[in-house]
Design a protein around this ligand. Structure first.
Ligand SMILES: [Zn+2]
Length: 483
């Protein structure tokens, strides 16, 4: 079933495809993973025990901590790479593949080349966890084809025609956002410029490109997009051709969306659609909204997404839970029942009110785990503070131009208590003294801890944020020594 059919199929049809793909993947592909061979053996499971997505509960959850390298075992991520050898292929490959293999032995290089195309890592991504060392996640040529296919689907969901020019404003790095931003336009024969972001091409040249190519589609990290559009307004640019902004790499608050919309209006682009994506390295692609109020449209034949509640039980339709991902296709590094730590409000089925597609959709506004931090404050030890709430609070404020939250030890003494400092560049014409008390109260209400407010001039703050020098702006900086 192709994407056009799949994205309008009934739930029963989609679930039947998921079950079939899961069954085949677990029986014939997953055994090439050293981690999963050991896991199935340890649990006394056979690769035929997983027949439907309901059977996935037989597998334990894994998380970043299971994949990330450790100081003692730096090769740990290798255990998740599919590594077929002759013996494993004979044992697990589908009969039709075995026959081809047998023929291949007679006809020479063809089968070897096909196996290399399917399984040899050719493209590496990295994922970073705050507590973990960077983890490699590898892709094969098979994956790059699927990456293109998912890019094609992403552009289909947002209904951008292929005769426009796209600007890929994601920072160049071995990360999913840049490369999906690269392959999606390529997949549909769309003209695009991969700028590498502010650090590589620089804000002025990216603005030149947006203006001169009359780009209709641009992809950015939200904080950098706000920065570059503010610069465009200051320079009196004409970006009236812009129709769609795709955000990735970070969550988008309603406040930031509104402020970006105001800037695009000033730049002559009325009615720009601002669409957010949800992605993680381990799922190898990104899912997108079709309009500003709909959820992230999944590709149900490539991966299985379930939400699980605090007890680890699968949440019912529309109920909140942690996003858990299992691979149904893809090669290279693969994970099953991967706990992302991200909390979603629900998964919705049925016809999408925005585009009519019937694929399942994760409700927007996902809370990412990486922003929950533990603090030792003056009076309380080990307080968990959800810094997710800082983003919407501060980015919605019209009296603040930019901000940065800094976490450090008092007097930089590692044995001291933690302190939170908020650097603020008020909007021109606004005095911090005039908003200090109210801002202080708003933050205390939201975080239940107090912060030191420090007024920082905009140019200095932009430098501190690394807008032009970092891959991603440093919005929250943890300067506490690592323990
Ligand atoms: Zn839709």
């Amino acid at each position: 079933m192709n994407w056009q059919q799949l994205s309008h199929a009934s739930r029963e049809e989609i679930e039947a495809i998921q079950n079939k793909k899961l069954r085949q993947f677990v029986a014939h592909v997953l055994p090439f993973s050293p981690f999963y061979r050991a896991l199935f053996e340890k649990r006394g499971l056979s690769f035929n025990d997983i027949q439907t997505t309901d059977d996935l509960v037989k597998l334990p959850f894994i998380s970043k901590e299971d994949i990330a390298p450790t100081v003692e075992d730096r090769a740990r991520p290798r255990q998740f790479i599919l590594q077929p050898d002759e013996h494993l292929i004979k044992q697990y490959a589908r009969k039709s593949t075995l026959i081809k293999l047998l023929l291949g032995k007679l006809t020479g290089q063809n089968v070897k080349a096909k196996l290399e195309w399917e399984f040899r890592p050719v493209h590496v991504h990295f994922t970073t966890g705050r507590s973990a060392l960077p983890t490699t996640f590898v892709n094969t040529n098979y994956d790059l084809e699927l990456l293109k296919e998912s890019g094609r689907r992403l552009l289909d969901v947002i209904r951008v025609p292929n005769d426009v020019t796209a600007i890929n404003g994601f920072p160049y790095s071995p990360h999913l956002a840049f490369w999906l931003g690269y392959y999606a336009p390529v997949a549909v024969n769309m003209t695009s410029l991969a700028t590498g972001g502010g650090k590589i091409m620089g804000t002025q040249k990216i603005l030149d490109a947006l203006e001169r190519t009359k780009a209709a589609l641009a992809m950015f990290i939200p904080g950098y997009c706000y920065h570059i559009l503010r610069q465009a307004v200051a320079d009196g640019r004409d970006l009236s051709s812009l129709k769609t902004l795709v955000f990735g790499g970070e969550r988008v608050s309603d406040g930031l969306r509104q402020r970006v919309q105001e800037l695009t209006t000033k730049l002559g682009a009325t009615d720009v659609k601002i669409l957010a994506t949800y992605a993680m390295t381990e799922c190898k692609t990104a899912w997108i909204q079709c309009s500003e109020h709909t959820g992230y449209h999944l590709y149900p034949d490539l991966g299985y997404v379930e939400l699980v509640n605090k007890e680890g039980k699968r949440a019912k339709d529309g109920e909140p839970g942690e996003v858990v991902y299992s691979t149904l296709d893809w090669r290279g590094s693969v994970v099953m029942r991967y706990r992302t730590g991200d909390l979603a409000k629900g998964i919705e089925w049925g016809s999408c009110p925005g585009c009519g597609k019937t694929v399942p959709r994760i409700f927007p506004d996902i809370q990412r785990k990486s922003e929950v931090k533990e603090f030792n404050l003056a009076k309380l030890k080990g307080v968990l503070v959800n810094l997710n709430n800082v983003y919407p609070l501060l980015s919605a404020r019209r009296d603040i131009e930019e901000w940065q939250l800094e976490i450090r030890k008092r007097n930089d003494d590692p044995y001291e208590v933690d302190e939170l400092r908020l650097h603020v560049a008020p909007k021109s014409g606004v005095k911090l003294a005039a908003i200090r008390d109210e801002l202080d109260r708003a933050i205390r209400d939201e975080l239940e801890v107090s912060v030191d407010l420090i007024e920082t001039p905009l140019p200095k703050l932009l430098e501190q944020l690394g807008m032009e020098t970092e891959l991603k702006e440093k919005r929250i900086v943890d300067l506490r020594p690592k323990t």
